[in-house]
Design a protein around this ligand. Structure first.
Ligand code: ATP
Length: 459
């Protein structure tokens, strides 16, 4: 187990900078999710740690050791990809054992194979002799070769399949003691068998051990891919969108399994995904990236409740936060956010916005923080029309249309997107399309962002 530290890491492909001045420390035993839209540099960040991409600038440490120049195979890292990358002609047992065998001594195996081959030749020759003898006694000399061949063939098959294990064990005990490399090989094989069985048990693959990948379901294949990484007992575990090939139901199931597994193993893990729900549910902490730049690192709650900027606020949360462009105006000794869509009387806790009087800001409100037809204060209530209603069983998403502003007697035809907001209501809503309703925003959950920097204005 080890900490991982990125220090001022940059990766350029020619003139294109894929990762810019990346700084991040992942604690020992931590499960960190690296999340961001497609092409933001997540995989490149992971690949640099694995040694598959060369770092242009900066350093990466595993534990206390700088690994920039260390070969991938010597980094004690295991990686699981979106494509399971299993060997199709090997069964589950051999797929799991592959990485371990690659490390084990080859000379002992070759010697043992040679000994078995010699033994089988001896057996066949012996049986052939017996067959010939039988033929002499029972049938005279006719068809000698044919009958002896058939008899020795069948006897060999039966003998091989029935007593293979016993012969092998016996031989091993006789010859193995004489050869150090055979002894080492056998010890390794036994160790591998134990590790494969333990891993199969951990991942509930015991019943599948002798099946080929094509005989497995998607979830089982992904478990084998995970098993292949786990079995090597890595210091750091890297997962690059490992669940994206699975259907939605299986993904949710595997997500829960991964959570249990990571708790059990306690290996420092970095999990790359573009799915923010996966990141929120899996990660101890989430690192949000955009355009090669790390935007924010925090626990799922921190990132959701206190996003550092508009990008993080919009990326984390489903459906996305609603945004409205406007400016701050002073009205009757208090502050009001004014826009074409709505006016919002600013709560006192946002006194910091006095600095923004007559300046442009962006108001942000999450779909789950908009209330429909609730009693309460007379401030900040908006009459809107329901444009679309999407019941999804546990929740209903409704799209509310704010009244179109009239400019010089003409009504906007294509009014900007921000005139529509999405609202998340619990359960199945009885609200109907074209119905007029009144909405309010949860005062505690309203956000403001600086228009230029897009940083969140902290109240
Ligand atoms: P996705 O979620 O789609 O896998 P990602 O966030 O993992 O995306 P990366 O694969 O890290 O993104 O790629 C980051 C950027 O670097 C992309 O614009 C990509 O086109 C570019 N890139 C990646 N590898 C190379 C390469 N070998 N040569 C040139 N550009 C590359």
């Amino acid at each position: 187990m080890a900490k991982v530290k990125y220090e001022n890491v940059t990766k350029r492909f020619g003139n294109f900078t894929a990762v810019k001045d990346f700084n991040l420390e992942i604690e020992d035993h931590e499960f960190l999710c690296l999340v961001g839209p497609s092409g933001c540099g997540k995989s490149t960040t992971l690949r640099m740690l694995a040694g598959l991409d060369i770092i242009t600038e900066g350093t990466i440490k595993i534990g206390e050791k700088i690994v920039n120049e260390v070969e991938p195979k010597d980094r004690s890292i295991a990686m699981v990809f979106q494509s399971y990358a299993l060997y199709p002609h090997y069964n589950v047992f051999d797929n799991l054992a592959f990485g371990l065998r690659a490390k084990s001594k080859k000379s002992g195996k070759r010697l043992l194979q040679l000994l078995f081959l010699s033994l089988y030749i001896l057996i066949i020759a012996g049986l052939y002799g017996i067959g010939q003898l039988l033929n002499l006694i029972l049938l005279g000399l006719g068809n000698t070769i044919f009958i002896a061949g058939v008899v020795s063939f069948f006897v060999t098959i039966v003998a091989y399949s029935e007593i293979r294990k016993e012969i092998r064990e016996k031989l091993i005990s006789i010859i193995g003691n004489k050869s150090k490399s055979i002894q080492e090989y056998i010890a390794t094989e036994r160790d591998i068998e134990e590790k494969v069985n333990n891993t199969a048990k951990l991942l509930e693959l015991e019943e599948q051990l002798y099946k080929k990948p094509k005989q497995l379901s998607g979830g089982q294949r992904q478990r084998v891919a995970l098993g292949r990484a786990i079995i090597r007992n890595p210091t750091v575990f890297l997962l690059d969108e490992p669940l994206s090939n699975l259907d939605a139901k299986l993904r949710v199931q595997m997500r829960a399994e991964l959570q249990r597994l990571s708790k059990k193993l306690g290996v420092t893990s970095i999990y790359v995904t573009h799915d923010q729900i996966e990141a929120m549910t899996l990660g101890h902490r989430i690192a949000v990236m955009n355009e090669g730049i790390l935007q924010q690192v925090g626990t799922p709650d921190e990132v959701y409740l206190s996003p550092v900027n508009k990008f993080v606020a919009g990326f984390i949360g489903s459906p996305s936060m609603n945004f409205v462009n406007g400016k701050i105006e002073e009205k009757e000794n208090s502050l009001t956010f004014v826009s074409d869509v709505l006016e919002y009387k600013i709560p006192e806790r946002y006194y910091v916005l006095w600095k923004y009087v007559n300046k442009e800001v962006i108001l942000g409100i999450r779909p789950e923080h908009i209330q429909v037809n609730t009693a309460g204060s007379t401030d900040n209530r908006y009459k809107v029309t329901i444009g679309v209603s999407e019941p999804i069983g546990s929740d209903t998403f409704i799209y509310i249309d704010f009244p179109k502003p009239v400019i010089e007697k003409y009504v906007y035809i294509d009014f900007p997107k921000e005139f529509t907001m999405i609202v998340k209501l619990e359960g199945i809503s009885t609200l109907r399309v074209d119905e007029e309703v009144e909405v309010t925003f949860s005062t505690e959950q309203i956000h403001f962002f600086d228009k230029d920097s897009e940083l969140r204005i902290i109240p």
